[in-house]
Design a protein around this ligand. Structure first.
Ligand code: ZN
Length: 311
């Protein structure tokens, strides 16, 4: 059985006229509802506790997010040029992190083979001590740390196919021997990091794998990177859990980037990552990141879920 986690708190993170908006989740869930949720089991994500957020973030950062949301009142507070909070943002972010945690629990103890955590705000740009790039807490990083600490795993792999480099996730696991981080992203593009030469240091040396692709890259290039170098590195690492930072802003219709991936391309990425997890005999958890054309986002996430359902 496949598991779909969400929470209505995602709709209360009010960013105003902003590409990372509540309509993204509304579009996804309308598309899924029209398809009877593909037969997936649905569950409400709990809110992450301070202790769970502290798996990645210092308490000062957790308090700063709460303070910014409280200061927003009826309006909004900007932490940087891109990253905006409203009164509901801290609660939304706690459920987004809690969804990623509940996803891991569903996969490692709940009998689910695959699952999706579909929340906002996204997470992969959030560093341990800094919100940025629409992201407040690093959901996928918290999920990985939860799998390692609470479930006692030794190795977790994260594949990030959001069109932007997952700089926060990279920074958090830069020195870690326990997490393999592989990213396919457009370069040049925000946030500017993610060159091939960035490979981690110390015990983490070689466990950061950056595969930048040029503007215009489409299905063939994204699929070849996933089937080729990413799959080889994941198999060699022998993880016990595979997590995906699934952004859909590499889609041809996306307004924030210049890649040309299609709905079918995302179906292919879903099928390949599902086959990768199946080949290793490990569960697969998908965390929503970006994707700013609401129609393309909804169709593409559902295409990934269809591919995982069929696998
Ligand atoms: Zn993105």
């Amino acid at each position: 059985m496949s598991l779909y986690l969400s929470h209505p708190a995602s709709l209360d993170h009010d960013t105003g006229a902003h590409p990372e908006c509540a309509d993204r989740i509304v579009a996804i869930e309308a598309h899924l509802a029209a398809r009877n949720w593909l037969g997936w089991e649905r569950a409400l994500a709990p809110a992450a506790s301070d202790d769970q957020l502290a798996l990645v973030h210092p308490l000062e950062h957790i308090a700063a997010i709460a303070a910014a949301a409280a200061a927003a009142g009826e309006g909004r507070v900007a932490l940087d040029a891109d990253t905006v909070l409203s009164a509901g943002s801290e609660r939304a972010a706690r459920h987004a992190a809690g969804g990623a945690i509940a996803l891991v629990d569903g996969l490692l103890g709940g009998g689910h083979r695959v699952g999706v955590s579909a929340h906002r705000p996204p997470g992969h740009h959030a560093c341990a001590d800094r919100a940025m790039g629409f992201c407040l807490f690093n959901n996928v990083a918290i999920a990985a740390r939860h799998a390692l600490s609470t479930h006692g795993l030794s190795r977790v792999a994260i594949v990030d196919w959001d069109v932007h480099h997952g700089n926060g996730t990279q920074e958090i696991f830069w020195t870690s021997a326990e997490v393999l981080f592989c990213s396919i992203h457009q370069m040049p593009l925000y946030p500017g990091s993610g060159r091939r030469e960035e490979i981690g240091v110390g015990p983490g040396a070689g466990l950061t794998v950056n595969l930048p692709v040029p503007p215009g890259a489409g299905d063939e290039i994204f699929l070849s990177r996933l089937v080729g170098e990413v799959s080889e590195r994941v198999v060699a690492f022998a993880p016990e859990l595979l997590l995906v930072s699934a952004g859909f802003d590499a889609h041809a219709d996306d307004p924030l980037a210049a890649c040309e991936v299609t709905d079918d391309g995302f179906h292919g990425l879903g099928a390949r990552v599902g086959a990768l997890a199946d080949g290793l005999g490990i569960p697969l958890g998908v965390c929503l990141e970006g994707g700013y054309d609401t129609g393309a986002l909804a169709r593409s996430l559902v295409a990934v879920m269809e591919a995982l359902t069929a696998a």
